[in-house]
Design a protein around this ligand. Sequence first.
Ligand code: 5CA
Ligand code: ZN
Length: 409
Amino acid sequence: MYAWPASEVPVLPGQGRDLSIHDTATGRRVTLAPGPVARLYVCGITPYDATHLGHAATYLAFDLVQRVWLDTKRQVHYVQNVTDVDDPLLERAAATGEDWTALAAREIALFREDMTALRILPPRDYVGAVESIAGIVPLVERLRETGAAYDVDGDVYFSVEADRHFGAVSHLATGTMLELSAERGGDPERPGKKSPLDPLLWRAARPGEPSWEGGSLGRGRPGWHIECVAIALDRLGMGFDVQGGGSDLAFPHHEMGASHAHVLTGTDPYARSYVHAGMVGYEGGKMSKSRGNLVLVSQLRRDGVDPAAIRLAALAHHYRSDWEWTDAELAVAERRLSLWRAAVSRPDGPVADAVVEEMRAALADDLDAPAALAAVDRWAERQAAAGGGDTGATGVVSRAVDALLGVAL
Ligand code: 5CA
Ligand code: ZN
């Protein structure tokens, strides 16, 4: 499906730096070595409610990944899915009496607007679960034929025992896996499963639920993890550079996805690295649609908040830390934005090469956006004090802030 428009990314003078980033699977910092076309898969939204600051912060983190790679003169093949059929979406539609396809279409449209306003570079492939069903069915059939999947009352489950690498993404104890599975879409209590952790691959049609033709599986709809695997393997293939998402996706979603792919292809790795953004909270809890403690990007926009300030407020936190959104954060970001705008619009000031290099070094160092902001702050202060000097400096800084941080001054 259509994603959203890309803003132009200025090409900067000098040399971009290779990204070194924290990989959840190894628990270590790894320097990524993508080919000329870097391959990135970031899990997309389940479109049953509007984009909140937590989603925005996660997509911003991976926007920085894309920007750092573009600065190294690589192309980026970025794929993002939309979970446009799943339990939470159907439950919300049933609760409000709305048609589920209309709900998904409305929320996807709003997400596009939010992403465009935040100047988040779009994926090259933006792919819905529904449009992928024809590609999902043969994968589930293959898993069933090889004995890695089995039936429970007409539904099909994946056996985690089939993958000898199972657990290698999140490294969690079984007790923790069981808890998280119950919280995050799994059904460890369901009788008849080989292991309580085994995730659903194909859910047989139920009265009142949408269903699609599933070949030997019968009519039904796909499970969550196989959706992302089908899309990632179709568009990127095995061994893509980064699987991204919020930290709540490490288990079970990315763990199960890796296992599905290992068993399907007989090879590994699925992704070369697994990168997870921290959770954004609000009023004492993780911001989530189910809790209802949301700060919506679209509401802030309606209130007249400059999307560049929202961007700066999120970038003031390291992507891996959990943090709380407050109005004070936004006020700091608005002040920073005006200082930077004033600084780049005064006559030329101090030499800019150093600030560009500082920004590059900060972002290449596990996406240290707060350090990159601090580098621009220091330049803006010097600029305010000095005035006059290096011809063209303000233009260089302005383009670097645009290219690397996605903020148009
Ligand atoms: N459709 C699935 C992924 S395939 C899904 O998790 N959708 S979602 O709408 O619930 O979340 C979309 C993305 O936002 C995920 O990467 C998720 O980890 C991230 N996310 C959700 N809540 C927060 C939060 N409070 N803070 C940061 N990121 C969040
Ligand atoms: Zn996903």
